[in-house]
Design a binder for this molecule. Sequence first.
Ligand code: KIV
Length: 267
Amino acid sequence: MQKRVPNLIQQKRQKKVTMLTAYDCLTARLISQSDIDMILVGDSLGQSFSGYESTIPVTVDEMVYHTKAVMRGNDGPFVVADMPFLSYTVSLEEAKRNAGRLIKEGGAHGVKLEVVGPDCVDTAKAIVGMGIPVVGHLGFTPQAIHQIGGYKIQGRDSKQSDYLIDMAKKLEDAGCFAIVLELVPSDLAMLITDSVDCLTIGIGAGGDCDGQVLVTLDLLGFNPDFNPKFLKKYETFGEKSISAISAYKKDVESATFPGLENGYSSN
Ligand code: KIV
């Protein structure tokens, strides 16, 4: 069954919402088969797929390309595409056009934007006004890494926590159906979750959010060097991949692969 905004909203206070990232068709297919509620075509693909140092270089064209690939594998989850750096902060007109591209060309069901400043509330409202479901993103916003100064927990002092609570309410008023809370103290995330009727989806924000999101490659353990406290690795595919690839190399060099069973006869 294709998940839609009303199905997801109904899950608040009833059933936790699950969200995972995908940047390609195969991952989207696996996530669909696992009955996950939502797929995020995250701009984290900047680091995880393209090898950039941050999400900042990611373009709308790249997001459209990856969203199309995800949609070809998707079967059920509600797909949200990230609006990349500079695609929604220059003017409302550009923001609306770029959000529209992710839906019309990419095929996403909704978009997510990082709330890098108070102006983003009006941007979210304008996009919702076009009939596009919007997810706001509060707390640590990776596109503002140079301003924030690193991967830091947000909302630890009262000024910051008041700001985040206020912004969450404003995003809900603007029509956002969900808010990602990244690197926020668990008690603050719980307070925000109780204060709004839209969904909160946490990453590094404790267990009381309405749902959780992780980067799929991280939960599968593809990067042995990435071990933040908020991450639970369910697999060690980084190490397993290296040993599988090394076994292949050994087999080819020793002429063990391909074997007779891997060859074709002439008739
Ligand atoms: O880009 C991304 O993958 C994200 C999640 C980490 C929330 O924004």
